[in-house]
Design a protein around this ligand. Structure first.
Ligand SMILES: Nc1nc2c(ncn2[C@@H]2O[C@H](COP(=O)(O)OP(=O)(O)OP(=O)(O)O)[C@@H](O)[C@H]2O)c(=O)[nH]1
Ligand SMILES: [Mg+2]
Length: 433
């Protein structure tokens, strides 16, 4: 793990949370917001909360509480207040006026972490777009906000553009970024077109669930992993050889979080395409986390939000099982540990069963001289069995990844279509799942 700041440089933060109606503190949510603030380069010196029936329209919290925050900030020598809520631009500027501090809401905090973590050009473009879209309706307030303090969380605006420009320039930068991202999208479409014919698996899950570590273990790669939120902001795809010798494509992508800002969902549209186009989703859930129930709900809702179709099969992968003392076996999904490699065989078997169920199975009789066709089948299908017949023929049992049409076309070309028989269901397999 690398941090861009020494602990002594951490920005002192006053954290504020409000519980609205019958809301109360959810398991693990304090740990989460503290980790987010730390990732953004801050350290919480005081936490304040308020119970309210409804949020105050002008200040989100009550006026009395806002005055109290000003006193606390003064006493604790902090000038940054972070709200674990999404606030309107009006609420932020009024709160800044009352408290005489810089006020950051949850969206701005998450955007700041993304901005600090973005490494690749794509991620940088997407985060700049997200920040600008967030800032645009708030520009007038932002002048106040940024001029208040010169450094720290949330002041690393979208590039140099933020301070010196008006709305018109922000808008033209937004369309420039949108165009650039579209170019990336086109390139991405070309790459994914080349990948059709492969079974696509995408690992999704709450941030820090162990997705990248799992991919590293399965594919022997060394993607960046860290015990902090949003270590990964990009999509990485790798080929993985299954125990039956066939190949699949497996991808790791950005993690989800509760109340993921809308602006990020919109800007990371291309990155998240890999989730929508998957043939199988591995939903990684940190089995050792007390908040796993909340994580599961958030992931389900986020998948819905980003437009993932219900029919894409999902397999729950309970991660970090080595860190669990009383591992009662979950009824659904597979329990694994990427560190101890526990459960990985079972996971691969379950992946094979899912893959088999998604194929269109067929039998084909070939003559020995049709070796080019056999070679084509090995490249484009999952060949389960090749048996020798009596009359110099071979019988091939295989599954087509993208429907019968692709295979029938090939057979037609080779004038072998008569030798082709569709099977109504997948053949029996050893890897029952
Ligand atoms: N004990 C244990 N720790 C694990 C295991 N897998 C991952 N971790 C740890 O969990 C932390 C997060 O792992 P990552 O693989 O970066 O998680 P991620 O889901 O990719 O996280 P983001 O990219 O930030 O969304 C790291 O500190 C890992 O070392 C595991 O099987 N056992
Ligand atoms: Mg990761």
């Amino acid at each position: 793990m690398h941090s861009t700041k020494e602990p002594t440089e951490l920005e002192r933060v006053l954290l504020v949370r409000a519980y609205i109606g019958n809301e109360s503190e959810e398991v693990g949510s304090t740990r989460e917001i503290l980790a987010l603030i730390q990732s953004a380069g801050g350290t919480v010196v005081v936490q304040e909360s308020q119970k309210r029936k409804t949020p105050d329209l002008r200040l989100f919290i009550g006026r009395g509480k806002a005055d109290e925050l000003r006193e606390i900030a003064l006493r604790e020598n902090t000038s940054t207040i972070i709200f674990d809520h999404n606030l309107s631009s009006g609420q932020v500027s009024r709160l800044e006026e009352v408290t005489n501090c810089k006020v950051i809401d949850r969206t701005e905090l998450i955007l700041a972490i993304f901005a600090g973590q973005a490494r690749t050009r794509e991620a940088k473009l997407q985060i700049e777009l997200a920040q600008l879209r967030y800032a645009l309706p708030r520009l007038s307030g932002m002048w106040h906000h940024f001029s208040r303090l010169g450094a720290g969380i949330g002041t690393r605006g979208p590039g140099e553009t933020q301070l010196e420009i008006d709305r018109r320039r922000a808008r033209s930068r937004i369309s420039f970024l949108e165009k650039k991202i579209e170019e990336v999208e086109t390139r991405w479409k070309i790459v994914s077109a080349r990948r059709t014919g492969m079974f696509n698996i995408t690992i999704v899950g709450y941030t820090n669930a162990g997705k990248s570590t799992l991919l590293n273990t399965l594919c022997n790669t060394c993607l960046y992993t860290a015990d902090k939120p949003f270590a990964t902001l990009d999509t990485t795809s790798r080929r993985m050889i299954l125990p039956d010798g066939s190949e699949v494509l497996i991808s790791d992508t950005v993690g989800f979080i509760e109340r993921l800002p809308e602006t990020l969902v919109a800007s990371f549209h291309t990155t998240l395409d890999i989730v929508r186009k998957a043939d199988l989703l591995l939903v990684a859930v940190d089995r050792s986390s007390p908040s796993r129930g909340r994580h599961i709900t958030t992931v389900r809702k986020t998948l819905q939000r980003i437009g993932v179709e219900e029919f894409i099969p999902r397999l729950t992968v309970w991660t970090k099982c080595d860190a669990v003392d009383d591992l009662r076996y979950p009824r659904t999904g597979v329990a694994v540990s990427a560190l101890s490699e526990f459960g990985l065989d079972a996971l691969l078997n379950r992946i094979m069963s899912h893959r088999d169920r998604s194929l269109d199975w067929f039998e084909l009789v070939l003559e020995y001289r049709d070796s080019a066709i056999l070679h084509w089948l090995y490249k484009n299908c999952v060949v389960r069995n090749v048996t020798n017949g009596e009359d110099a023929s071979v019988r091939v049992l295989a599954g087509a990844l993208r429907g019968y049409d692709s295979v029938e076309g090939k057979m037609d070309e080779a004038k072998l279509v008569r030798n082709f028989v569709r099977l109504p269901e997948p053949p029996e397999t050893e890897h029952a799942g």
